[in-house]
Ligand binder design. Sequence first.
Ligand code: HAM
Length: 425
Amino acid sequence: MAEKRQFRAIKGVRDILPPETALWNRVEQTARDVFATYGYGEIRLPVFEQTELFARSVGADTDIVSREMYSFQDRDDTSVTLRPEATASVVRAYIEHGMHTLPGDVKLYYMGPMFRRERPQKGRYRQFYQIGAEVLGQSEHPAIDAEVVEMLVVFLGRLGLEGASLYINSIGCKDCRPAYVERLREELRKVKAKLGPDSQRRIETNPLRVLDSKLEEEQEVIERLPRITDHLCAACREHFSAVQDQLKLRGIAYEVNWRLVRGLDYYMRTTFEITAPGLGAQNAICGGGRYDGLVELLGGPPTKGIGFAIGTDRLVLALQATKKLDVGGQLDVFIAWIGVRGYPAAGQLARRLRAENFSVELPAEDMKLKKSLGLADKLGARYAVLLGENELASGQLILRRLADGEQKALSESELLASLKSERRA
Ligand code: HAM
């Protein structure tokens, strides 16, 4: 016989267990509900794609593509990659299914696992989850940017998330950004000696990313660098200012952060991020922005796009940190049946209660009453129903509230009515 061996989940990936999964379901269902009210439909995407799709859209020099992707040669020798993000896939699907012929803007949302080989820490995993939304169409109107942000704020508000901050920026377009990036590179070369190895490397590969640095010793230098907001072309400046007007119109509080450049190459103009307290270093629960031109880059017709992705793992952590959420998944009734004749009646009662959406625990084996009640208590049941010979004979069941031990003798219909009225209260 083979030697026994235990297995553990791979580093950076994890199981999500009940009762936490109830909170995940609540978060995902709230996203579905809110996004539907803004006219978004769900798109279900493949978990792997051709490697080239991500290299082209996210950008070959980004951290994601250059060192974090899970890529492998398929048996037919094509290179495929577990998706590190989903915007590229949405755009691929938009083109593949000719969605540009659909009336109005195409509004899509998705949720599911993403894969990046980052250094694991609190709030950062190698398999993590996103809830994302994308709008694709012909218009670049700033009201679209603001409505996307509004939807996000409404969603987080409905979950009761507290203390979140919204940061926005504009990173310009192909007309104004290249000149700014060159300016930035020149300035960075002058202060190169004061920067760490990562930033030094980025001066040549991707100078904008230096602005992202959280290294304490680089902060002073970075604060003195030229700011993109001072180098936008007239059209981008106007767009950025109109986005802010549109946010104000909606009463959405925000802060401009000129260093918010994002780590993916497809962005232009509006970028935004939301941070939440209680998460430590990985405090961005959502990132997004505009990506006009990405559809064309991937072989489609000229199209504008904007969207975001929420890191579900981090959002759940933030919700757990800010508030004790009653997420349901709680056991309503434990049926403490006694004696061989008790079991069929208990089974019937369990089916009736479950049909009314109560969660019911029906022990498979006969137990002493004391043991039953002890287990009911440990499982966190709100009620126990006592069902033994006496109850069978009288047709009166005992409903016991476990919090205080209060008991009532009730017929089956009265018991159901009592549980239902309590549920409404
Ligand atoms: P992103 O900023 O790379 O953007 O990721 C969005 C969010 O996913 C982050 O703010 C974070 O909450 C979460 N996240 C990223 N990496 C990890 C990780 N290793 N562990 C846990 N959570 C993580 C995008 O992915 C873009 N596709 C967003 C977008 C959609 N832009 C336009 N449309």
